[in-house]
Ligand binder design. Structure first.
Ligand code: ARG
Length: 435
C-alpha cells in the first residue's frame, strides 16, 4: 500500500514503481534513517507533540529494526519505494498506531536531506583516515630512500637532480590539501535540514535545535526551502574526491613509468601486481592502471551531480534522487583506490642504482655548472652560454660533464678550474638545493 493511497483510486503500474524506486541504492542509509527518526521521535515526545509512551515505543521499535537488519533477521524489501518508507512501514507493522505518528511534522524531503548528510559525514571520516594512511605510506617510502638521487623532470626530460624523498613529498602535499578540502566541505555540510518539512517547515511546535544537537550538527538550516533542496555538499565532496583521483592518477602514472624496463626505477611486490595470460615474462602494474582509469568514474559522478542540480526550481524535485548513486560511487571508488594503493606503496621497492644512473646521464647538472661560473664572477647569461658550449662539446666527444678534462673546460671559458667537478657532483647538487 502506498503512502499516498488516500488520494489515488488506482494502484501504480509496475513500471512506475520500478522506475520510481530508490531502495536498490538508498538501503545503505538504513542506519542513518533510523538514527534521524529516533532523534525526531525523541524531540516530538519532549515537546509533547506525541505522548511519551508513543515516543518510547517508536525509539525502541526503531532500535530493534536496526538490530534485526544488522543481524540478518529483517531483510530489506527490494520492492519498497525507498528505505524511508520501508522502515516506517516495518515499524508500523510491528508497533501499530504509534508507528503512524513518527512522520508527524516531517516530510521525506527533509528526511532524505538529513540521511544523506549523516551518511556522507561517516564516509568523509573514512576517506580522511584512508588519506592519512596513504600519506604515511608515501612519507615512509620517501624516508626509506631519502638520499636516493634521481632525475627531476620537466616536460618528462631530465632537468635537475633531486632525491626520491623530495619527489614523494610532492604527493603527500597534494593529499594533505585533499584532507583540508574534505574537512572544509564537511563543515559546511554539518547543518541539519530536519524540520524543513516538505519545503516550508511545519505548524507543529518542533525544536530544530534539539534534533540538530542530538544528531551532532553544528546548526540547522536557516532556510527550509534550501534545507530540502541543497545538494552543494554532494558537489563539493565530489569535486574534492575528483582531485583526490587526479592526485592518485598522477602518482599511478609515475609508478607505471618507473616499473617499465625503460625506467626500471621501481619493482612492485608480486602480491600487488599481476601477470599476463600469454606473455610469461610480464609483470603488470594493474593496480595503478585501474586507479588511473577509475578517476574517470569520479569525474563522471561530479558531472552527473552538477547536471542534475542545474536548472532545478525550488524546492525538492525528484531529479534529486539521482544524487545518491553518483556520490556513493564517488566515495566507493576513492575508498577502494586508497585502500589498495597504500599497501602497494608500502611493499614497492625502489632501485636506487638505476635512478642514479638515469640522473648521471643527460647533463642534469648543467645548471650547477653554470651556477659555478656565476660564483666565479660571470653574469648568469654568459655562464649559461659557456655551459651550453661545454655540453655540446661533451656530446661531440662522447663525454659527460664529469669526464670532460679540465683543459677542455678552460678552452671554452678560462674561469673554469678543478673545482668544477666538486660543483657538479650530484650529491652536492641536491644538497645545495636542500632537496
Ligand atoms: N527517495 C527519495 C529521494 O531519494 C526520497 C524523497 C521522496 N520525496 C518525494 N516527495 N517524493 O529523493
Amino acid at each position: 500500500m502506498k503512502l499516498w493511497a488516500g488520494r489515488f483510486s488506482k494502484e501504480a503500474d509496475k513500471r512506475t514503481n520500478d522506475f520510481n524506486s530508490s531502495i536498490s541504492f538508498d538501503s545503505r542509509m538504513y542506519a542513518q534513517d533510523i538514527e534521524g527518526s529516533i532523534a525526531h521521535a525523541s524531540m516530538l515526545a519532549a515537546k509533547g507533540i506525541i505522548s511519551q509512551e508513543d515516543g518510547t515505543a517508536i525509539t525502541a521499535g526503531l532500535a530493534q529494526i536496526k538490530k534485526d537488519i544488522e543481524e540478518g533477521r529483517l531483510l530489506i524489501d527490494p520492492n519498497a519505494e525507498d528505505i524511508h518508507t520501508f522502515i516506517e512501514q516495518t515499524l508500523t507493522e510491528r508497533i501499530g498506531e504509534a508507528g503512524k505518528r513518527l512522520h508527524t511534522g516531517r516530510s521525506r524531503n527533509d528526511q532524505v536531506a538529513l540521511d544523506i548528510r549523516l551518511y556522507l559525514r561517516n564516509e568523509c571520516d573514512e576517506v580522511l583516515s584512508l588519506l592519512d594512511t596513504v600519506i604515511k605510506s608515501i612519507d615512509s617510502k620517501g624516508a626509506e630512500y631519502a638520499d636516493a638521487i634521481m632525475p627531476g623532470y620537466t616536460h618528462l626530460q631530465r632537468a635537475q637532480p633531486i632525491t626520491f624523498r623530495a619527489h614523494m613529498l610532492a604527493y603527500s602535499e597534494m593529499l594533505k590539501r585533499d584532507i583540508s578540502r574534505i574537512e572544509d566541505a564537511k563543515k559546511r555540510m554539518n547543518s541539519s535540514p530536519l524540520g524543513s518539512g516538505a519545503l516550508s517547515g511545519t505548524t507543529y511546535p518542533i525544536d530544530r535545535a534539539m534534533t540538530a544537537s542530538l544528531l551532532g550538527f553544528d546548526s540547522y538550516t536557516a532556510s527550509t526551502l534550501d534545507g530540502v533542496s541543497d545538494r552543494d555538499f554532494c558537489i563539493e565532496l565530489a569535486g574534492a574526491l575528483s582531485l583526490v583521483m587526479v592526485h592518485l592518477s598522477r602518482l599511478s602514472e609515475e609508478v607505471i613509468l618507473w616499473c617499465s624496463w625503460e625506467f626500471k626505477f621501481a619493482e612492485l611486490d608480486d602480491a600487488f601486481s599481476t601477470g599476463s595470460s600469454i606473455m610469461p615474462q610480464k609483470k603488470n602494474p594493474d593496480i595503478t592502471e585501474l586507479v588511473r582509469g577509475k578517476s574517470g568514474r569520479v569525474f563522471g559522478d561530479l558531472m552527473t551531480l552538477l547536471t542534475v542540480m542545474k536548472g532545478l526550481p525550488l524546492a525538492y524535485n525528484k531529479d534529486m534522487q539521482e544524487d545518491k548513486e553518483a556520490i556513493f560511487d564517488a566515495f566507493d571508488t576513492v575508498k577502494i583506490c586508497l585502500s589498495t594503493i597504500a599497501p602497494m606503496i608500502d611493499t614497492m621497492k625502489m632501485i636506487p642504482e638505476n635512478m642514479r644512473k638515469a640522473a648521471a646521464g643527460g647533463f642534469i647538472n648543467a645548471t650547477d655548472c653554470a651556477d659555478y661560473l656565476v660564483s666565479k664572477g660571470l653574469p648568469f647569461r654568459d655562464a649559461y652560454k659557456a655551459t651550453g658550449e661545454v655540453v655540446a662539446l661533451c656530446i661531440r666527444t662522447g663525454n659527460t660533464l664529469e669526464t670532460l678534462p679540465v683543459e677542455e673546460y678552460k678552452k671554452i671559458c678560462d674561469s673554469f678550474d678543478d673545482g668544477v667537478y666538486e660543483a657538479i657532483a650530484l650529491e652536492n647538487c641536491v644538497k645545495r638545493r636542500g632537496m
